[in-house]
Design a protein around this ligand. Sequence first.
Ligand code: HPA
Ligand code: ZN
Length: 341
Amino acid sequence: MKEVKSLEEFIKGIPKAELHLHIEGTFEPELMFEIAKRNHVKIKYSTVEEIKSAYNFSNLQDFLDIYYAGAQVLLTEQDFYDLTWAYLEKIHAENVIHTEIFFDPQTHTGRGIKFSTVINGIHRALEDGRTKLGINSKLIMCFLRHLDEESAFKTLENAIEFKKWIDGVGLDSSELGHPPSKFQQVFEQARRQGFLTVAHAGEEGPAEYIWEALNLLKISRIDHGNNALNDEKLLKELVNKKMPLTICPLSNLKLQVVKDLKEHPLKKLMDHGILATINSDDPAYFGGYMVENYIAISKALNLSKEDIYILAKNSFIASFLEEEVKKDMIERVDRYYKENK
Ligand code: HPA
Ligand code: ZN
């Protein structure tokens, strides 16, 4: 007789893609201590417990202050390799077979680290991920929206030399007061150079920022997008355009975008016909990688195996994978669901 998988086992086993993941947000305290020690960099904390107890955020900015402080420890190409490799090993154990990773070059170039140091380390780990772990990947370079557009232009210039390794550009950091319109020109230039575009919008910011991301930045996906639910017309537009949302449940809980996961808008968005996906955002800071995010939201919203199957399938539909590879991966999800529902 066929063994019936528990919801947890079903979630762990289903092939998944991650589409919203900041590599600097995967920096686990243990690795932070190790790298700080070998680089002779002082950090504010002396134990893992001390670090973890500092991870009590009441909003996005609270988190960003700690996240940027943690990244100061990263100095060499090997540091960026180790950071990326540790993430790939984690997701390998969770059946994430494709990941689209954000990196924030300005966090590093702003303190004198070369763009090439950052991207060489990340890229080498992604290549090893492909050959040693069978994990497919894409790389998305984010502009920090609290900085000016001129700095974003300089970053885009830095990226040209490494264009073959970068698939898209994105927009992250402090959302309120920094609308997508501030970056209209640099996104236009990026698109002209062949980059796909995404942007964080509607995490803390209003639905209006999502409209701007769509109409001015011509994005292919919205990162977060929770606040779309406040605007009926926008919801219709997103459904018509089949515009994916990269939802991050544990992030939303930790940054108090939602007070309780039971109040999370994911299911409502899905019921409206939105192409939603589940992602971990900054797993080292928010208490969980992909499987933990899927489990937490499934329990809070009473999701069925079919809902989980749809979310996993959406993650490939919404990916930047080449059509043939995408089709192949979707077939793997379909097969898994048929055999394990
Ligand atoms: N929002 C905005 N900026 C970020 C985030 C986020 O969730 N994570 C890392 N940088
Ligand atoms: Zn994010």
